[in-house]
Design a protein around this ligand. Structure first.
Ligand SMILES: CCCCC/C=C\C/C=C\C=C\CC(=O)SCCNC(=O)CCNC(=O)[C@H](O)C(C)(C)COP(=O)(O)OP(=O)(O)OC[C@H]1O[C@@H](n2cnc3c(N)ncnc32)[C@H](O)[C@@H]1OP(=O)(O)O
Length: 285
């Protein structure tokens, strides 16, 4: 069982609902549709233009995941993007630039919530990565059970934080190490590598590369294989494998938030994030 995580989820779910009421936006940033396969939902990320993680988007995402987790008709979720430009550009840099410590604290807590919700999900999660996926954007694939990437040179994937002058938190690093191994992670993380599809497959950060128009159908057929296993046996096994990694965050959440807030509040870090954002705005296609 997961008593610690279950406690956090209950408490944080209430916070999410309060926050959702605060945003009161009419835009639907997350679309959930039943798939053609019974018991499988398709969750589409739709925070245009690049699915960057704004606080509002994270909140909506967590609420939708929680609903699916609690709905006994669903056994698996395929997560994909409904934004033509990206699967996800990761943390919305406007949330961690030029704000105050209280905002950074709230933001980081919610990002942790998303990670815990995904990493400890009882459902089968498959990422159908149909666009570029950078840094925090990899949080979704790295916490999924299976990753399928579109075979397109624009579909780069990786934890490129160091290129922004920041470091990936340990709870991004740990799943990467679990997936691709220690040496490959050491290399990828320090250099902030963004892998094109063939290299992503070779290093193991994704499990399959297929033409873009086959990402969705492949995800469904992989899901069918996973759903052939009895849920209770798969869930127990998933939990056994993931709990030690998850516990590190559950036990050290507050310290992690404090470290993040003091790190991100530094003038030098703020300057390099602002420069990166300005460069993004210049490098228009
Ligand atoms: C000691 C303790 C340490 C603890 C940890 C400490 C620190 C960790 C702190 C933070 C961790 C953060 C992790 C992150 O996720 S940082 C974000 C990294 N993301 C990226 O590098 C991706 C950036 N984006 C891109 O590369 C491209 O946008 C992309 C390839 C996704 C799409 O390219 P395209 O050319 O099609 O589109 P663009 O014109 O570039 O983008 C459209 C529009 O969107 C804006 N934008 C893009 N990404 C972001 C973003 N992450 N945040 C905010 N805004 C973004 C872009 O500027 C354009 O805006 P506009 O000009 O149209 O207004």
């Amino acid at each position: 069982g997961l008593p610690d995580a279950a406690f956090w989820w209950k408490e944080r779910a209430t916070c999410c609902k309060v926050r959702a009421r605060r945003f009161g936006s009419q835009r639907q940033l997350v679309v959930v549709e039943p798939s053609s396969t019974a018991g499988v939902a398709v969750l589409k990320l739709k925070n245009l233009p690049v699915n960057s993680f704004s606080l509002e988007f994270l909140t909506e995402l967590i609420i939708n995941l929680e609903k699916l987790e609690n709905d006994k008709t669903f056994r698996g979720i395929i997560i994909t993007s409904d934004c033509p430009k990206a699967f996800s550009a990761g943390v919305d840099l406007r949330e961690i630039c030029g704000k105050n410590p209280a905002h950074y604290t709230e933001y980081w807590k919610v990002l942790q919530d998303l990670w815990l919700r995904l990493y400890l999900s009882n459902l089968v999660l498959i990422s159908a990565i149909n666009g570029p996926c950078a840094a925090g954007g990899c949080l979704i694939p790295l916490t999924s059970d299976y990753r399928i990437l579109a075979d397109n040179p624009k579909c780069l994937i990786g934890l490129n934080e160091t290129r922004l002058g920041i470091s990936a938190p340990f709870w991004f690093k740990d799943p990467l190490v679990n997936i691709i191994g220690h040496r490959a992670s050491e290399h990828a993380l320090q250099l902030g590598l963004l892998f094109p599809p063939a290299e992503a497959l070779q290093v193991g950060i994704v499990d399959k590369v297929v033409p873009k128009d086959q990402v969705q159908s492949t995800a469904l057929s992989v899901m069918t294989q996973w759903l052939a296993i009895p849920d209770h046996a798969r869930q127990l096994t998933k939990n056994m494998i993931r709990k030690p990694t998850a516990d590190l965050l559950v036990k050290h959440r507050d310290t992690d938030i404090q470290n993040f807030v003091s790190f991100i509040s530094r003038d030098s870090i703020q300057k390099s994030l602002q420069m990166y954002l300005a460069k993004l705005k210049q490098n228009k296609d």
